[in-house]
Design a protein around this ligand. Structure first.
Ligand code: Z57
Length: 836
């Protein structure tokens, strides 16, 4: 090894840990393998080589990371703090290599070492610290924040066990735990010196101080420690690396030893278990929160850690607490961190000695709230007794916020006690609850929905009272996804073809993909486009064969629905069409329809029986159809187990058709819809969430629309909806339903799918029957359109070329301008070194 180069003030020095030449990278991989992993090359496994490469890449991030941090402090930059209970980052290695501009150099270096880069990339187990859309959105936003050079930090929980792994046994979902840290995590750095304490339980005491001021002290029952683990988040060739800071809960030595030394061994062990449980496991429920106390502990834990950390860093940088909101802005990702409103008040008043009014001025100018759902069951409420025993001081503060809020409300709307009861932070109808969305609304400067329709429905419906009171707080920011991970990393074949025509600037500025439009009319390009699509489908075909043993034909249309399994997303509507086609083929053998492979992927919440039954129905239908020689040349059905980010990177590029078929008014935005379309898939979808805006962008003629609108859905429900009548009057639907009930897909068991079918016949809350005919007709049109390959390719290219608006870079620019009031970014960022 060469002597280390002496380091000056500039952290970016060209030595064996920062140089990006191929010989230096080779040397660094070997060096890390020996000194960090502790293995000789002769005996090293693929995992060892992955680790060595990951450390090599991390070394090249560190100077950027520390420089970025220093710059934010030095220039007193207003900083975004994105608080989220979930960050679904996906594997880091390939993304970091891309963002550093090291793709070619690393490929060369590994190949000269006789290592297979793609194999090494596959070794990384993904940090599955999220359920679905909400957690993945947070990850895309971190990517864009760093790319745009926005001073920002992500704050969350370092769950020891992330999203469960799904296996399929006998057609049913079975959950396995995800111990993602088993082989170590090369990307994170533990920072024990930045730990904080978080209290729970106990009671409060109040008194008057010598000046007659009312003071409160919280005497907690338990105290735990939060230890931060930091992961660098690189921008795409921006030279910036922001921080994702995740908190791990541990026992405080003092609390433990106090009990231990006084002979209370059980108490000591109990305190340790209590503390360590908090960051142990991610709740695997998407869109439904039941009032579990551990979940509230998790929310308070990471929110308190993060706010204390923000205050400490603010003060360490030499700023007065009174200016907190000028330098620190907080984005609440759903209501999960909304306890932060009460916690910041507590910290400012009880710990930092501010008066109520000043504390409220700071708090209400710090927070902003993003709502992600219209489903009533997903709006968080905590039973008052539980809340009060876990967070007694916060309940007092919430009462005081509420008292002031309601008295202002009564002034504005006199003699309207119904309104007061509807808007109160406390739900008093029967059992009492704390309403977290109301706390978030009252404590936030801005409230935003995640797609145009969603924001309109928030204003007209779910948060209508708050909109009437504070119309200026409401704003829409349509979601976006990062083109780095979802195109450049996951679809290198299409990326290369695009670069050959329009260069590579679009990766950092997706509006520029519009340059691709003119190639839609170029038949030679369309042929190239189809060849690329075919190659990507072959990749997925091999993966499907290896994991499920099912042989699918890459020449068939790949029709994909990958997302959490939920009734409102209507995977079972997709099934109704598959069964319709099955019945048609059985009746008319040789019927001309283009061959289709239906791909499903997604996890069901472990306690969500109907969702699990939908998986069982998919796998049961798959078994019958795939093994029926009369139809299996034209129809294949595949359920891909353990759908996750890594797997999404394989599926989005390979799909021809994207299923976005939620009941209108139920999907807040959707983001998978964007990933598919960017990769050139056409969408079959309802006028729901961001589908509406995607359809506008790509052109109505390049989108397969069906179904009722949100307004029609509401009207139909109001008028009295009778699914049974539709069943009676629609012959094809009746045959399909009858075939499920007959036991044809359950080895004669007529009861297995009864709960699902009965739900549809009796109530059908998500209106599958109402949309059935429209969906079937639309799917038939899709089939026809696919037979015209030239026409299909045109539509596909127009989709890919018109998705610029759905880059998360655009979303983040809107947040900066309209919500965070951040104007200074990019310009202060150090420049990336040259290199592709
Ligand atoms: C979640 O993934 C979403 C909303 C929630 O309230 C919870 Br809890 C989890 C999703 C929405 O369902 C999607 O429509 C949306 O695209 C995504 O959040 C990101 O905004």
């Amino acid at each position: 090894m060469q002597e280390p180069t002496p380091k000056g003030h500039d952290l970016i020095v060209d030595d064996d840990r920062t140089s990006i030449t191929v010989p230096a990278l080779k040397q660094a991989i070997l060096d890390n393998l020996f000194y960090v992993v502790g293995k000789r090359a002769e005996v090293a496994t693929d995992m060892d080589h992955f680790m060595a490469l990951a450390y090599t890449v991390r070394d090249r991030i560190l100077a950027r990371w520390l420089t970025t941090k220093g710059d934010y402090v030095k220039h007193h930059m207003r900083t975004v703090h994105y608080l989220s209970a979930e960050f679904l980052m996906g594997p880091h290695l390939a993304n970091n290599i891309l963002n550093l501009g090291l793709q070619e150099a690393v490929r060369q270096a590994t190949s000269e070492l006789d290592l297979d880069l793609d194999l090494l990339i596959k070794q990384e187990s993904e940090p599955g610290l999220g359920n679905g859309g909400l957690g993945r959105l947070a990850a895309c936003y971190l990517d864009s924040l760093a790319t745009l050079g926005v001073p920002a930090m992500g704050y969350g929980i370092r769950y020891e066990y992330g999203m469960f792994h799904q296996t399929i046994r006998d057609g049913w979902q079975v959950e396995l735990t995800d111990y993602w840290l088993r082989y170590g995590n090369p990307w994170e750095i533990r920072r024990p010196q930045a730990d904080v304490e978080v209290a729970f339980g106990g009671h409060t005491q109040s008194w008057r101080d010598p000046f007659g001021e009312y003071k409160v002290q919280w005497i907690p029952g338990e105290v735990v420690k939060g230890i931060p683990y930091d992961t660098p988040i690189l921008g795409y060739r921006s030279g910036v690396a922001n921080t994702l800071r995740l908190w791990r809960s541990e026992a405080t030595e003092s609390f433990y030893f106090e009990r231990f030394n006084s002979g209370d061994y059980e108490g000591a062990v109990g305190a340790k278990v209590f503390a360590e449980n908090i960051s142990k496991v991610l709740y695997p429920n998407d869109e439904e929160i039941r009032g579990k106390e551990l979940r509230l502990q998790q929310q308070y834990f990471f929110t308190s850690c993060s706010l204390q950390d923000m205050i400490r860093r603010h003060q360490n940088a030499g700023h007065a607490i009174e200016n907190f909101h000028e330098l620190c802005v907080v984005q609440l990702n759903d209501t999960h961190p909304s306890i932060g409103v009460a916690e910041l008040m507590r910290l400012l008043i009880d710990i930092h000695g501010l008066g109520w009014d000043k504390a409220w001025e700071i708090t209400s100018h710090t927070f902003n709230y993003t709502n992600h759902t219209l489903l009533p069951e997903a709006l968080e409420r905590w039973p008052l007794p539980m809340f009060g025993s876990l967070l007694p001081r916060h309940l007092e503060i919430i009462y005081e916020i509420n008292a002031r809020f309601l008295s202002a409300l009564r002034e504005r709307f006199p003699n309207d006690e119904d309104r007061v009861a509807r808007m109160s932070l406390i739900d008093e109808h029967g059992e009492r609850y704390v309403r977290m969305a109301h706390l978030a609304c009252v404590g936030s400067e801005h409230i935003n929905g995640v797609a145009r329709l969603h924001t309109e429905l928030l204003k007209s419906d779910v948060l209508h009272d708050f909109y009437e009171l504070w119309p200026e707080k409401f704003i829409n920011v349509t979601n976006g996804v990062t083109p780095r991970r979802w195109l450049a990393v996951s679809n290198p074949e299409q990326t290369e073809l695009m670069i050959s025509k329009i260069g590579q600037d679009w990766i950092g500025d997706l509006d520029r993909v519009s340059q691709l439009e003119r190639y839609a009319e170029d038949s030679a390009f369309r042929a190239d486009w189809r060849n690329v699509q075919y190659a990507v489908k072959v990749r997925l075909t091999q993966y499907i064969a290896n994991t499920t043993g099912i042989a699918v034909d890459p020449k068939s249309m790949f029709d994909a629905q990958v997302k959490r399994i939920h009734e409102y997303k209507r995977q079972h509507l997709n099934l109704l069409y598959i069964l319709t086609q099955y019945q048609r083929l059985k009746k008319t053998p040789g019927l001309e329809i283009p061959a289709r492979t239906f791909l499903f992927g997604g996890k069901a919440a472990p306690g969500y029986f109907i969702a699990k039954l939908i998986i069982k129905l998919i796998t049961s239908v798959a078994e019958v159809i795939n093994n029926d020689p009369e139809v299996n040349q034209q129809l294949k059905v595949v359920f891909l187990p353990d759908y996750n980010v890594t797997f999404g990177q394989l599926v989005y590029p390979a799909a021809d058709l994207s299923e976005q078929i939620s009941t209108a008014g139920k999907e807040a935005s959707g983001t998978g819809n964007m990933k598919f379309a960017m990769n050139g898939a056409l969408t079959i979808g309802t006028l729901d969430g961001a589908n509406i805006e995607i359809r506008e962008a790509v052109g109505h003629e390049n989108f397969f629309l069906f179904g009722l609108t949100a307004a029609e859905v509401a009207a139909k429900k109001a008028a009295g909806y009778h699914p049974h009548q539709i069943y009676e009057s629609n012959g094809e639907l009746r045959e399909v339903i009858d075939s499920i009930v007959s036991g044809q897909f359950s080895r004669g068991d007529r009861n297995l799918f009864r709960p699902l079918v009965d739900g549809l016949l009796n109530t059908d809350p998500y209106l599958l029957f109402a949309d059935y005919q429209s969906y079937v007709d639309c799917q038939d049109q899709v089939g026809k359109a696919y037979s015209d390959q030239e026409g299909w390719s045109k539509m596909s290219i127009y989709n890919a070329a018109r998705m610029g608006r759905f880059s998360s870079d655009r979303s983040i620019q809107e947040y900066c301008r309209n919500i965070w009031n951040i104007t200074r970014f990019g310009v202060d960022a150090p420049q990336a070194p040259a290199g592709k």
